[in-house]
Design a protein around this ligand. Structure first.
Ligand code: C5J
Length: 237
């Protein structure tokens, strides 16, 4: 079984790559590009850009190895029937969820802004989880998908560190999945929240999970792929 040592905090981990998946949270135009949901909330969306290149390197490495890659998108049905009124009613009515913006209706499934940024666009066959909330397990089939494939470890990337990344990690932790959050593959509109979000995960012996830099992991995955290791567990046809 191809095993990896991950130099994570609070402690190094030994991971069975066949039981690991990469999950990329909400790298959507609505959060990363001007005119979307993130900008409508008054944020400087350029603060999320530094996570894109490390995410791409990690995505390429995972794909080379054949590791399961899962993408998530936060968003709602066009009729907003899956959006809690409290969430919709927050903020300036001109820029609320469902309002029209330069990338279509804000945070609505099927609109250009809801889509994943071009640099990290999913390949055919990579599951995309559409989630109505911050956590990727809430009202989705993510848990079923992971259990069916024997996944016990998640490499977590995406935005924003303290919102959808943290919520997903906490949900995963409660369900018994080990999370390794890739620090440089995550970002926040608030640099101090990014730092605090990572610190909260790895504190107290890794109370929600672990935190690691992506570069050594990308190198390790690349080496595994070069050795011809296949991380995919056999699944019956
Ligand atoms: C936010 C997210 N920030 N993907 N969503 O509302 O973190």
């Amino acid at each position: 079984m191809p095993r990896l040592t991950v130099e994570a905090e609070p402690a190094p981990l030994c991971v069975d790559s066949a039981a690991a998946a990469l999950i990329i949270i909400d790298m959507q135009r609505d959060f990363l590009e001007p005119g979307g949901f993130g900008a409508a909330l008054g944020n400087d969306v350029s603060l999320l850009r530094p996570a894109v290149a490390p995410c791409r390197a990690m995505l390429d490495a995972a794909r080379r190895l054949g590791m399961l890659v899962i993408h998530t998108r936060e968003g709602h049905r066009p009729d907003l029937s899956d959006a809690p009124p409290l969430k919709v009613e927050r903020g300036d009515p001109r820029h609320r969820i469902g309002a029209r913006g330069p990338m279509g209706r804000i945070l609505i499934r099927g609109e250009p802004g809801h889509d994943i940024i071009a640099e990290l666009y999913p390949l055919a066959g990579e599951p995309v989880i559409d989630k109505p909330g911050k956590g990727a397990f809430y009202q989705t089939d993510l848990e079923l998908m992971l259990r069916n494939r024997g996944i016990d470890t998640l490499f977590v990337a995406g935005v924003t560190t303290e919102v959808c990344v943290n919520t997903t990690v906490r949900e995963a932790n409660d369900r018994g999945f080990r999370c390794i959050v890739l620090a440089d593959c995550c970002a926040s509109y608030f640099p101090e929240f990014h730092r605090a979000g990572l610190a909260m995960i790895k504190a107290q012996g890794g109370i929600f999970g672990s935190v690691a830099p992506s570069t050594p992991l990308v190198a390790a995955l690349t080496e595994l792929a070069a050795r011809g290791a296949t991380p995919l567990r056999a699944v019956s046809a």
